[in-house]
Write a protein that binds this ligand. Sequence first.
Ligand code: MGD
Ligand code: MGD
Ligand code: SF4
Ligand code: MO
Length: 739
Amino acid sequence: MSTIEIKKSVCTFCKGECGVLVHVQDGHLVKVEEDPEWLRKVYPPTRGCPRLKSTAEFFYHPKRVNFPLKRAGERGEGKWKQITWDQAFDEIAEKIDRLKTQFGPEAIASTRGTSYKGEFAIRNRFYRLLGTPLNEIGSQCLCFIPRSILADAIVGMFPHFSVTPQTKCIVHLGVEPLISRPITAYNIIEAQKNGARSIVIDPRRTRSASRADVWLQLRPGTDCALLMGMINFIINENLYDRNFVDKYCYGFDQLKERAREYSLEQVARITEVPAEKIAEAATVYATNKPGAMVEGMGIEELQSNAQVLHARWILASLVGNIDVEGGEELSGPHPLILNHGQLEPKVEVSQEQRRKALGSDRFKMLTWQGQDIISRSMKRTWGRPLEVASGASHPPSVLRAMSTGQPYPVRAAITFGNNCMVASGNSKLVYQSLKSLDLYAVCDYWMTPCAELADYVLPGSHWAERPMLWDFNSYSPYMIAGEAALPHTIPGEYDHKEDFAFFRELGIRLGQEKYWPWKTLEEYYDALVKPTGMTHNEYVHKVRCERKPVAYKKYEKVGFGTPTGKAELYSTVHEQLGYDPLPRYQEPNETRVGNPELAKEYPLTLITGGRIIGLYHSEFRQIDSVRRLRPNPVVQIHPETAKQHGIKQGDWVWIENKRGRVRQTAELFDGIKPDVVHAEHSWWFPELPGEEPSLHGVWQSNINVLTDDDPDVCNQVTGAWPLRTTLCKIYRAETGPGQ
Ligand SMILES: Nc1nc2c(c(=O)[nH]1)N[C@H]1C(S)=C(S)[C@@H](COP(=O)(O)OP(=O)(O)OC[C@H]3O[C@@H](n4cnc5c(=O)[nH]c(N)nc54)[C@H](O)[C@@H]3O)O[C@H]1N2
Ligand SMILES: Nc1nc2c(c(=O)[nH]1)N[C@H]1C(S)=C(S)[C@@H](COP(=O)(O)OP(=O)(O)OC[C@H]3O[C@@H](n4cnc5c(=O)[nH]c(N)nc54)[C@H](O)[C@@H]3O)O[C@H]1N2
Ligand code: SF4
Ligand SMILES: [Mo]
């Protein structure tokens, strides 16, 4: 027996990105534990995390896809045969080449998930070299990109949840960090121990809301009105930082004019939050400085996400919270380590191709037009090109092109770490779109509903199998690194491939060889850390994790990375793109107020997807130790509403709207308004049959059967589709899925 080696890895089972020690013997995982060094240096790994505890169960799970598979029957019939990686690469490359010649590179699409780190850059390299503007399906318009791109547009850089122990006021804007963001939650708790005040804006009484000084239980979808009300109050009461506004903000007078539309009384009517509570929140925020806002999916998944985010940055600017210690810290890139953009090949996708990016003619802030304006100003100010996390295309527009061939055909897709059958809005359209493809390949750990519809299913690598280097593409205040602990391949046992190897091998077969000089991800990371004088492995062992050096109030020297060089209350980026330069509240299209006719049949407002302990999106459903924490999907209903419908705790309940119905189990919860219900997202049942029509029960409890992604109802700036305001009705179901 050989000795046990201890490897320093990073767990990426969720956004915690915790440092862990992996004990390895003969290439096999013996044990995983939290890394005490990490705790000392940056933030503590989450204690007793159920996902981390399940690492070995996950890694060696009998249902894990361990070798490449090729479809042996009709698509969706559930018949597969094992092939080699070489055969898979040869066949996929040959088909991509043929489809590219016939329809153009834009006919080759991608579907992306959230589980990626820097490797997004790797995937982008492949598609850029293919010459496509990258038509892509995924959650980009709802998750991270709107947040970062609006911050880039208004203040010229994105601070990624910059709460520190010095923060004196934390505003939770549709977020529950105690479940979803372990690092931020830790920092918030530390700040609260130091006396920080906390404001929670959420239609549900979350755990953070229970611990808050002020909880604003607003009507879902009305955040923009609420924030504009706070802005108006702060201006009228002279609670803003006049010096900062005069010197460093652009468009105060126009803002003041617009904000006048939002008197406390008017805003109270729209949001259903009492006027005095709005005034209290605004006062607490403006008088406890420095403050930091933490925004989450509660606002990003709104039809009005761009307007809410714009108002959020106006608020932070008005009180002078930008780029101060404990406020919205603009941490920026690591002084030495390169960002991925700096290693990008000097091969541009032509202007003609870029213009073909689906949806880019309409969703301009999301896509290349917005990116061009924003990156120019950021580069001017920060002296080096920074990653602007924009979307290449608009996912609902891509789905429509796939299924209709309009405005041009999209005939192939590669899915990497994404379960779009349950993650994207409008699951029925996703199904039709995937089924219409000539080539569909999925790289994942499991036979997901997406994988069941593929021609090829390819075994992806786990975090314990790959090195990592990550600072959230320059946005996070931390730079973290880890080493691979386990081999990718053990002959006869498994044969996984990391993303880097996947796209490199495919790229080489498609003539991209000279653009892939690094043979492994490790070598690629070596190139990124080279200016430190270390290799990636040395960096892992000598540094491992660091808080980047921070300079505050950089605007005093270089201004802001925006077109005017100021914090743009009135946004010239919006103006240039033809959008309203100031936020204005618009009633979502499917609410009691916005559509009273529809509300007669569907009287309840559905919000979806609040994160839960244990499960990560659609993942961990097959991991018994984690699934035990949440065996079935849960819909939260106010006890009064449940009573009216004859629904008891634990009953299966149908949730229905004009697009379909699915069922979840009832949790009676008085922390939600009587006319709002909250359903979990991304449910499927790995234990139910994989072949069609079941597709692991994908039609049973998946709430995205009920969500709409029509481009007409999407946010016209960011392309977001509404996951948080949909009208529905509920009634008891006799049985659950598979019963
Ligand atoms: N355990 C676990 N952790 C996760 C994930 C996971 O799946 N599981 N997913 C990760 C990912 S990718 C993401 S993006 C994050 C997301 O995590 P968060 O950003 O925390 O988002 P959610 O928990 O989805 O929603 C937060 C809150 O928004 C509220 N909300 C709903 N509608 C509205 C509204 O109209 N206005 C306001 N103000 N609030 C509203 C909900 O009630 C909910 O409490 O979590 C990450 N962390
Ligand atoms: N209704 C509703 N829908 C939502 C949301 C909501 O709140 N409500 N939230 C949205 C948000 S914010 C997000 S981010 C999306 C999430 O959408 P997805 O990212 O699609 O979510 P996951 O279910 O985590 O799917 C990831 C898939 O990738 C696989 N995977 C994980 N890591 C790796 C890896 O390293 N390599 C490979 N090859 N595969 C991997 C997993 O097994 C899983 O099948 O869902 C969105 N959808
Ligand atoms: S799954 Fe747990 S250990 Fe892993 S990153 Fe998330 S919180 Fe940390
Ligand atoms: Mo997300």
